[in-house]
Design a protein around this ligand. Structure first.
Ligand code: G4P
Length: 522
């Protein structure tokens, strides 16, 4: 019998993996894909990542485009569930891209290096998840190496993240003697993911037999303490983002990965309701809705087409359907939506809430766009962050100014940079969150548009979106400060300041003007 919409939705799990670089995100992703049958060999994802290790290589690959498109989302099926892993760029200079991607997930896996604990980037990414109440499953990786005491790691999560922990499994052995984990609730021992099924063992002394004799007593004591002192898993608290279930393992050595997939299937939420301006949209509603959270220039620069990554929020997206683009009110046809697997893409005939489809287009779609079957609603929550670096673009060939304008507009629509056009008619200013984004801009302007450019300091270093409850006050401010006002891609006004000090000063002088560092797309 054909699957109902509600059934299709209930087996979707859409998540991201958050980690500090080197904690093992790539290795874990690869193992998830391997066990899900989406790749055949360990090493396929890793090889791609290694090819993009160095900055110059990265630029080349970025130019060639292929890799990042293919790895933006990866889908696999396991035990009846459909898992969509949304990849986030590793480098912090692309933080805004990561934050936008996190708006499209329903859960996250936080990978912690067992020797290092919570590292800065993990903390930052966690904070973004918390803002959106995204439930988090913790995977303590690299237990096959020298690691910290598990209690210490749990304490650190509780303290640094203010998040309750509930260890679901407990590691058996450390570094060289690490040989598996014990499921605290099921009372089963599991060895490597590639070996036999978990076996029931009620008694810690029985589990301890897997360890060298001199470690057994300590293990038995530790188990007693873990059972007494640790919180049991509470799904409600997890779904609300207050508690994280914790798994110990080793992605490289295939320990704990199956437990993690099972947990994603059993605990992680199916596609959530999404908040739109007019109402809440439920995932199992009949009519299709989706929003675009990422744009990527296509593999073929000669054609200038782009892939918009859209997360389906409700209903069924079908190939060939006509949808309404909320920003313009126009109808567009979805003639070739695509699914992405680890190493290939495929035409998507149908997609459900939680799925991510790539929609090829020539600039019709932008980040934050809402697609519906006709209803006039706009999803909230894909943010735009005030850039921390502002530059003027200097063109070597002044004759090409018009072409540059077009190219910058396209790059801005893709989310590579933000573009601000000063009210006084002076040349546009580009803004980025991380310096590496400027390198990408320069490289792409040269490679794709034949426009060699350099960057000049601008007299501004800070910018804020401005608004006011009083249109008259806003007009007054814009007129008085014309030289410091610019418009973003949507025509919304921003105030440009020399530094944080003058920004504060002006904010105090003009209390009727709201100045914000995060703009939600509309
Ligand atoms: P990332 O994407 O989070 O940056 O991390 P990645 O998976 O690339 O892993 C970083 C390094 O940690 C890699 O070693 C990887 O092999 C290793 N690693 C990942 N998981 C485990 C684990 O469970 N146990 C151990 N012992 N090591 C692990 P590398 O030396 O940088 O690369 P490679 O040359 O070994 O592939």
């Amino acid at each position: 019998m054909a699957e109902t919409l509600a059934e299709a939705v209930s087996r979707r799990r859409t998540f991201a993996i958050i980690a500090h670089p080197d904690a093992g995100k790539t290795t874990l992703t690869e193992k998830l894909l391997l066990f899900g049958g989406a790749i055949q060999l360990a090493g396929e994802v890793k090889a791609k990542k290694d090819r993009i290790q160095t900055r110059s290589d990265w630029m080349k690959i970025e130019r060639e485009r292929g890799i990042s498109v293919v790895t933006s989302v990866m889908t696999f099926e396991y035990d009846g569930n459909v898992f969509n892993i949304l990849d986030t760029p590793g480098h912090e200079d692309f933080a805004d891209d990561t934050y936008r991607t996190l708006t499209a997930v329903d859960a996250a896996v936080m990978v912690i290096d067992a020797a290092k604990g919570i590292e800065p980037r993990t903390l930052k990414l966690f904070e973004v998840c918390r803002l959106r109440d995204i439930p988090i499953i913790t995977f303590v990786n690299k237990m096959d190496r020298e690691s910290r005491d598990p209690f210490e790691i749990l304490d650190e999560v509780e303290e640094k993240l203010a998040l309750d922990t509930a260890p679901v499994t407990w590691p058996v052995g450390r570094s060289k003697t690490f040989c598996g984990s014990y499921h605290l609730a099921d009372r089963t021992f599991r060895g490597s993911d590639t070996q036999v099924q978990p076996t029931r063992m009620d008694d810690a002394a029985e589990v301890a037999k897997h360890l060298p004799e001199n470690e057994r007593n300590a293990f038995i004591e530790e188990m007693e303490l873990a059972r007494e002192a640790c919180r049991p898993f509470d799904r409600e608290a997890f779904l609300e983002g207050h508690l994280t279930p914790v798994f110990f393992g080793s992605a490289l050595r295939n320990f704990g990965v199956r437990d993690l997939i099972n947990a994603l299937g059993a605990f992680a939420p199916p596609p959530r309701d999404q908040v739109a301006d007019t109402r809440k949209v439920h995932a199992a509603e009949d009519r299709m809705t989706a929003f675009v959270f990422k744009i990527q220039a296509n593999m073929d620069p000669n054609h200038r087409d782009r892939i918009a990554f859209a997360r389906v929020c409700s209903g069924m997206l079908e190939r060939g359907m006509k949808v309404r683009l909320a920003r313009t009110g126009k109808t567009i046809g979805l003639s070739a939506p695509q699914f992405f697997f680890a190493s290939q893409r495929q035409l998507a005939d149908t997609a459900y809430a939680g799925d991510v489809v790539g929609i090829p287009n020539h600039g019709t779609l932008r980040i934050g766009d809402t697609l519906t079957e006709g209803e006039a609603l706009v999803f909230e929550g894909v943010p735009n962050f005030a850039p921390e670096i502002l530059r003027r673009v200097r063109l070597e060939d002044a004759m090409k100014a018009k072409k540059l304008k077009e190219a910058l507009q396209q790059m801005a629509e893709e989310g590579v940079v933000q573009l601000f056009s000063p009210e006084d008619g002076s040349p546009a200013i580009v803004g980025v969150v991380g310096a590496l984004q400027l390198d990408v801009l320069k490289e792409r302007l040269s490679a794709e548009y034949g426009l060699p450019v350099s960057f000049e300091m601008s007299r501004f270093s800070v910018c804020r979106w401005i608004s006011s409850d009083s249109a008259a006050e806003l007009d007054k401010f814009v007129t008085q400060r014309r030289g410091d006002i610019a418009r973003d891609l949507d025509g919304d006004p921003v105030f440009l300041a020399q530094d944080a000090f003058s920004l504060r000063y002006e904010a105090e002088r003009y209390p009727a003007i709201k100045m914000v560092a995060i703009k939600e797309y509309h």
